[in-house]
Design a protein around this ligand. Structure first.
Ligand code: FMN
Length: 359
């Protein structure tokens, strides 16, 4: 029935629901699928209109990069379901997103599939009430896909506004006890596991951080062993926890956070823009000096494997709890190691961003 489907996509969880519906339709009917991201310069730049031209240009460039990342994330979702979409980043200075979408819809499509609650507030990008305007003014059929609190990305942690305190000099923060019996069936979590690269700034409450870190690399046996395997019983990985309030180091034995510093170093933990927005970036730091009889290359290899096991625990925890995350190698490990003031022998392996998907 449909041969050419248009999906306006802004990266919100509701847009993702619309996308998944459209992927199903495209797959069944061998239809073409186009993903459409609207960057409205006037809306998105807000106060930046007054900024010096060079700053304005670099901010706009950042928004374009973000738009392309959002589209790329959608492309990965579609490709993994066997549908190769066309991607369009539509820049406009004057038109509302709804106008841009309806104009695109005149170009040979036969249906628009759109989520009804997009991002608002600071991000000010596209959908939201625009979906309603699209349904009123578009010349082709429009399928509205409502947001739902039962979305795969809805989280039980979402309701709390409690945040972490700032790290104080030499004051460890005892985390609330982790809840190992929390969460969904492993098979369901495996089904939902994926990388996400769009986050909003809502903080992770202490209970969420406690459950996250315990799942990542907490103690799960009386002998002190952990939820992830590690090379030859050498505790080679420390998890640094970079938040807006400051940076901590996880101490699994006492299930507590040791203060590292009050600085917000999130933006320095990777090369992608979202790392400075998401509430938590975990940095997996290896104690190379403890892996004694190994060559430098072997230390990197084994430490990376240790970090990857932790990373998969984090992926599954996030899938189970409706959080987003992505394991990351796109970082400047040397600069980050210097920033973290790592002693001789220690090095940064990978990082992992964790947070809420935009509502
Ligand atoms: C070793 C490794 C490094 C990665 N580095 C990055 C990265 O720097 N940035 C990023 O966005 N994703 C990164 N990823 C995530 C992959 O892109 C992602 O897992 C892959 O596209 C498959 O998607 P999925 O996780 O949703 O299944 C990395 C994954 C691995 C295993």
């Amino acid at each position: 029935m449909f041969t050419n489907i248009l999906v306006p996509f802004d990266g919100s969880s509701t847009a993702e629901r619309a996308l998944r519906l459209a992927i199903g339709m495209a797959g069944q009917e061998h239809a073409k699928l186009t993903l459409f991201y609207v960057l409205n310069e006037n809306v998105a730049m807000g106060d930046m209109q007054m900024a010096p031209p060079s700053l304005y240009r670099s901010h706009l460039e950042g928004l374009r990069r973000r738009g392309n990342e959002v589209l790329e994330q959608a492309r990965i979702i579609a490709s993994s379901a066997g549908v190769e979409p066309r991607l369009i980043l539509c820049e406009t200075a004057v038109r509302r997103a709804a106008e841009a979408i309806c104009e695109e819809a005149t170009k040979g499509y036969d249906v628009v599939v759109i989520g009804t609650h997009g991002r608002r507030g600071l991000q000010k990008l596209v959908l939201g009430s625009d979906a309603e305007a699209v349904s009123r003014t578009c010349i082709i059929p429009v399928i509205l896909v409502p947001g739902a609190s039962t979305s795969a990305l809805a989280s039980s942690y979402d309701t709390s506004t409690q945040t972490l305190p700032s790290p104080q000099e030499a004051e460890p923060l005892i985390l609330p006890p982790a809840r190992p019996d929390h969460g969904m069936l492993l098979s369901k979590a495996l089904k939902l596991r994926c990388s996400t690269r769009i986050f909003d700034a809502r903080p992770l409450q202490p209970q969420a951080l406690s459950d996250l870190l315990w799942s990542a690399f907490g103690v799960n046996r009386a002998n002190g062993d952990r939820t992830a395997p590690y090379w030859r019983h050498v505790m080679a990985i420390d998890i640094y926890v970079a938040t807006a309030e400051g940076t901590w180091v996880y101490e699994p034995g006492e299930h507590r956070l040791l203060p590292w510093g009050k600085e917000d170093i999130r933006a320095s933990t990777g090369t992608q823009d979202f790392v400075g927005v998401a509430p938590v970036n975990l940095i997996y730091v290896a104690h190379g000096e403890r892996m004694m009889e190994l060559s430098k290359e072997e230390r990197r290899l084994y430490a990376s494997v240790d970090a990857a096991f932790i990373g998969q625990n984090v992926y599954l925890f996030c899938a189970s709890e409706g959080l987003g995350c992505v394991f990351r190698g796109a970082l400047d490990a040397t600069a980050l190691g210097r920033l973290l003031r790592l002693p001789e022998g220690q090095f940064v392996t990978f990082a992992q961003t964790v947070g809420f998907a935009p509502a």
